[in-house]
Structures are given as structure tokens and as C-alpha cells.
Design a protein around this ligand. Sequence first.
Ligand code: DAH
Length: 329
Amino acid sequence: MEDFAPKAMAEIEEFRIRMLGKKGEVTAVFEEFKQVSAEQKRELGQRINRLKTAVQEKINQLKASVGESDTNNTPTLDLSRPGTADALGTRHPLSLVRNQIVEIFSRLGYVVAEGPEIEDDRHVFSALNFPPEHPARDMQDTFFIEKDPDILLRTHTSSIQVRTMETQKPPIRVICPGRVFRNEAISYRAHCIFHQVEGLYIDENVSFADMKQSILYFAKEMFGERSQIRMRPSYFPFTEPSAEVDVSCNLCGGKGCNVCKHTGWLEIMGCGMVDPNVLDACGIDSKKYSGFAFGMGVERVSMLKYGVRDLRLYFENDLRFLSQFESVI
Ligand code: DAH
């Protein structure tokens, strides 16, 4: 295909030399200017400068139009050439892991429930059996939007448990993903915004053994068939008894390494049997029903699964980091 753009460019260059070159017309005007009287210099000087600027702008415009579009009605654009491909994104590693968690529990019959990020005291604290003097109720730990009545950014997804129990009758089986907020300094292992997934199972005769088996199933699905779990006694206001769940370290196979701090175990979640006070506060008969709940940090699970050492990477939107995760779901 014949390309006329170079010809147009040559013409523009010719025009430039004719106007601004050493022997150009505008240059000649500057030469003459040297001879004008002192009184006229100021006014004439300004006018000649304007002329020079106008010529220069015209040249720039012409160059740009030749560069951008086709001249002389002959396109430099070749429509038969292949297009430039848009790079396909991948899912964010936190979305990948959240989806996997939800998917695993959905196989056990859990359905997704969601709730607002801006919450009130009842749903985040009081209905969950937090005593009035609990430190989470302190401005130091929680982002309050308003005090008395308290409106705050939820500090955990356990608030969705309360909303679910208030509006549904057992049997209840929900999995609740969401973003949570805590007033913490940002470091490689803490952030003021992070993500949790909460689970809640309420029915007649639900036991601790049911909870343990469900969490073991989750651990094997998430971290591999050979994973083991152990439970350590713990305390949460909304569960009794409560436990901290560790999964066997999949990097060293339980022998001990840097990641598991030579213990062979990695902490992945908190859990427990729902405290009867919580059931009653949410309008569920604690004499008839029992249940269990658990909650885990999506960042934490994702860090363990992918071997990520610094939590801040999840929030920096650096493509060199983000493009390493395959969108498998
Ligand atoms: N809400 C707890 C937290 O943010 C996590 C948690 C622990 C949730 C035990 C639960 C549970 O439902 O039973 O640290």
C-alpha cells in the first residue's frame, strides 16, 4: 500500500524552512526589525513574535494531523493487520480464596448471607453477648461513626449471624463473607480493613462433634487431603465453649518450619458452640436449638495457602503481585 504520510511531512518541512529557516520569510522580518526606530520597537516586536508563534503552531498542528490521520485520502491504517490484544485480568487472590471458602461450605448445604458494613451496637456487640466494658467497644479499637446511639464500622462478620437469626427460623446454615474494619496500625500482618468469612449452623441437637467434622472437611478441601486440625480452648463472648482451630502446616507436613514457627501448626479460625444468651437475644429458643459458629480471616487463609508473607500486598494493586494468581473459579 502506498503511504502518503512521508510526502505530507516533507511538505510541512518545506513550509517550515520557507517561513522560519535561515532565509525564511519570518526570519527576514526579524532582520528588518533591527532597523526600526526605538519608539516602534516595542509594539512591532510583540507583533512579530505573535507572527512567529502562529507559524510555529500551524506547523505543529499540521504535523499532528499527519501523524494521527491519513492524508491525501489514502489510509496509512491497514485494516487487515491483527488488533492489539487487551490483557485479560485475573481475579484478586482474596476473591479467589473467598469464593473457594464459600464453595466448600455450600457443598455442606450452607447458603450465603450478607449484611451492612455500617452497623449498630446491637448487631456487632450486645446481641453477641459482649459485656459493656469490652475493649472492642473502645474508640481505640473500633471506628465509630456516631456515639450514643452507637453507629460503627463492623469489626467482624459475626454481626451477620445476628441479622440472620433475627429473620430466619432454624434450621439455619449460612456462610457470611464480608469486609471488616478495625482501628489498627498497618503493618505486614495487620490492616485496618480486612475480610472475614463467618459460618453459622443452628438446628436441633447440633453438637461440638458436628462442628469439628465440618471444619476438618473444610481444612482438607482447602489445604489438601492430608491436612489435620487441632482445637485449642479459647474465649469468645458469643460462643461457649470456644476454640481456636489450627491446621497442620502444609509446607513442612507438620515437621516444623519458619512459616509455622516450628510448631507444625497454623492458626486458621475461631469457633465455638453458640452461647444460649446469643440465641435468646436473637429470638431463637435456646432450650430447643443449639448450633455452632466459626469465623476466619480471608487474608490469613490466602497467605497460608499461597505463601504470601506481607498482608499489605493485597491492598497495593501491584499487577506484578496480582497476576501471579490463577483464576481457577
Ligand atoms: N468474630 C471473631 C473475630 O473476629 C471470629 C469468630 C470466632 C467468629 C469464633 C465466630 C466464632 O463465629 O464462633 O475474631
